[in-house]
Design a binder for this molecule. Sequence first.
Ligand code: SF4
Ligand code: SF4
Length: 270
Amino acid sequence: MSLRGGMFFQIEITTKCNYRCFYCAGRQMRQRHMDEALFDGILDRIPPGRHTVSLQGEGEPTVHPRFWSFVDQVARRGHIPYTITNGSLIEPELAHRRFPRLGVSLDTLNAAEAQRIGRLKLPEMLANLDDLVRLMGPGRIVLHTVDYGQDLSPVRSFARVRGLRHIIQPLQRKEDYARLYPGLVPEATRPVAAAGPCRYLVGNFMRFFNIEGLEFPCCFIKDASGYAGITDLRQRMRAGEVPEVCRGCAEIPRAGWASSAFRIAKTRYN
Ligand code: SF4
Ligand code: SF4
């Protein structure tokens, strides 16, 4: 592959989690941890350079028994470790010493609502988040919220008061995910033809390695049956086809979008 320095790599080290978020594709997957040999092999496949390597997928990274050792391996190879955690099991002292920046997810401050949507350990998470902010300072923590239609004002003001960067994402509309919450997102408009490859296929700015070590151009492909690799996707979209594994993806370029998609593709993650 022709990759460059300063890319964003994501490695799904586990599909297990101590939460049951209703929108999580990982809850339907086989529950398992990535073994050490596979993890090492993936690090070997990352080209030389100083890249951001995020331990992040459809499971909670900190439930992996080798989580901290994996973080150390990333750093030893000269990369920048990152993760997004639900925060319930994170050890704030270790996080402070190991991560330049850390993502923490929080959808609601309401305990009953958190329980209802499957975010089961709100008090533990909030206590850890307090410690993380105290140790790391607000500038090193990014708060991630999924907007599923809840009242966002309490979480927004929580982030603002603490000076945290706050990223709010809508529920994913791609078919791989949307089937988990029928009726909650408008049915994705499905272009029957692609006006060329998407920015992830053009730009080579990120790679996602799933629990089996398969390499993807993005983190949105959850049903990989029918996936024949990045070159195949690129060729098919160049020929105007919408590959099965991309159905419903908002990144599929439509007529007139291709040139702007290419421009965005030049954006780096770090
Ligand atoms: S915390 Fe993350 S991995 Fe766990 S169920 Fe929720 S979305 Fe999935
Ligand atoms: S169209 Fe979407 S799912 Fe397909 S490769 Fe691009 S970003 Fe990934």
